[in-house]
Design a protein. Structure first.
Length: 183
C-alpha cells in the first residue's frame, strides 16, 4: 500500500462526526482503482433506532492517476433519505438536493475537480393488501469528485454534512460540537 494512500486513510480516521452519524468501514471496490476503501454511514434519530439517511463514501486511489479523474484520488459518494411526501412532488427537489452537495463541499473548504453526479427521486405508493402503507418519497444523491491531494478529512466532513442535511438535521454552526445526551 503506497505511503500516500496510508496518509490519506489517517486523515479519514482523524475526522470527527456528529453523534447521530454512525460510520463503518467496509471493503472498497476492487476493479476501479488499485487501492480503495469505503465507509457506510447512517444517520439515526436520537433516542431511537430510526434511520433518517444512509449512504456510502468511497475513496479510490490510483498512484498513476486516471485522465477522467484529473488526479490520483477520486471520491464517490451516495446519500439516500426518505423525505416528506409533499417534498417529492416539488419539481425543484433535484436541483435543491444538488445544491446541498456544492454547499457542503464549499463549507468544508473543498474545491473539487471533475465533479459530477445525479439526483434521483423515487415516489412509492402501495396497492392491494399493502394499500394501508403511506406514500413514500426517497431522494438519492450520487456525486463524485477528485481531491487535489491526500487530505481527505474535509471531504469526509462535507459528505457527513450532506448526509445530515438529507436526514433533515439542523446544521451545526462552525466551531460548535453536538453533545449527545447520556442514556
Amino acid at each position: 500500500m503506497p505511503a500516500e494512500f496510508q496518509r490519506a486513510l489517517r486523515t479519514l480516521h482523524k475526522t470527527r462526526v456528529r453523534p447521530e452519524v454512525h460510520l463503518e468501514e467496509v471493503p472498497g471496490p476492487g476493479r476501479i482503482a488499485p487501492f480503495s476503501v469505503a465507509l457506510t454511514g447512517e444517520v439515526r434519530a436520537q433516542h431511537s433506532d430510526d434511520e433518517l439517511a444512509s449512504g456510502r463514501f468511497v475513496v479510490l486511489h490510483d498512484p498513476a492517476g486516471q485522465e477522467a479523474w484529473d488526479g490520483t484520488f477520486r471520491l464517490v459518494t451516495l446519500v439516500r433519505a426518505t423525505l416528506e411526501p409533499e417534498l417529492g412532488a416539488d419539481d425543484l427537489l433535484a436541483g435543491v438536493a444538488w445544491t446541498w452537495v456544492g454547499d457542503a463541499l464549499a463549507d468544508a473548504g473543498v474545491v473539487p475537480r471533475a465533479a459530477g453526479g445525479t439526483v434521483t427521486r423515487v415516489l412509492s405508493r402501495s396497492f392491494g393488501t399493502l394499500e394501508d402503507r403511506p406514500a413514500q418519497v426517497e431522494v438519492e444523491i450520487r456525486a463524485s469528485w477528485t481531491a487535489p491531494d491526500g487530505d481527505l478529512g474535509p471531504h469526509l466532513s462535507a459528505w457527513v454534512v450532506l448526509l445530515c442535511q438529507a436526514a433533515g438535521l439542523p446544521p451545526l454552526p462552525q466551531g460548535v460540537t453536538a453533545i449527545s445526551p447520556h442514556r
